[in-house]
Design a binder for this molecule. Sequence first.
Ligand SMILES: [Ca+2]
Ligand SMILES: [Zn+2]
Length: 291
Amino acid sequence: MTTRLILIALLAGILAAPCGAGRAGRNLLRNGSFEKGLNDDGEPKGWHTRITGIIPVPEYEDPQNKKGRTGVVDFRCGCDRFSWGRIRPWSMLTCPECGRINLGLEDSGALYQRNDDYVQIARQGRRRFVRFDLPEAVGNVQGVRIVSHLVRAEPDAGYEISGRAVAEGAHLRVFVEGLRTQSSDPRVTEWLENLPPEANPLKQKVRLKRVFRKQVNVGRPTDWTIFGRDEKRKGQFIPPERSRFDVMFVSLYAYLPGRAAFDDIVLRKLTRKEYAALKKLRPGPKDRRLR
Ligand SMILES: [Ca+2]
Ligand SMILES: [Zn+2]
């Protein structure tokens, strides 16, 4: 190849790179490539590994014999050192005691309390990626996951989640969780105002409710394999009208004992052309009420 041809190839590469802010195609995730290293908390920049769940503790009229539920529940952090009180905390609220973010997905209790111990940034040559090590006791029970920061979603957009992954023993799944902001509720507002400020780092003002989940079953690729960007457009989705959401986050998940690695995670808005093509491929139910 002559110098001139190399130059043209380089320029073409630059032009093919993700385009500017707000336009379809741009990666909505910060540090989806994991090249930026760790933040002060030892988490990959733009991602959360220090996660937790809640332990719902019902109140009983007869607490000694655990009889006669009153309907009141005390929501405790998975660390069991902090009580959120009577309101169920949701995604991205952070426990002031253990400093872990509440996932708000299921009642995982203390299961993810050591999740970050099994996650590291690894290197292959000059390339960095995220690696999960799943001992048997972890792989066979809760698995390991990391979640991205919150990304604002547009009401009429489709998206694509893609990346590269490799596994050894472990099985991989990638999710996009769609959350809807709930209308304001005086009880919730008061509760939020009384939380320690560090519990609400995003200064959320209303409850977030999960209404949508996109799942890509990545499986167990034995070599680095691209997922989500295939002929069947497995990583692409258009949220149905009834489950429109306002914000979303990506969750990279592995279960079963072994190792897993992810790199080049891209969440992007579909172009108008891609959106139309996907609508044609997956038209959805004819009945408007089911959309
Ligand atoms: Ca990388
Ligand atoms: Zn905690």
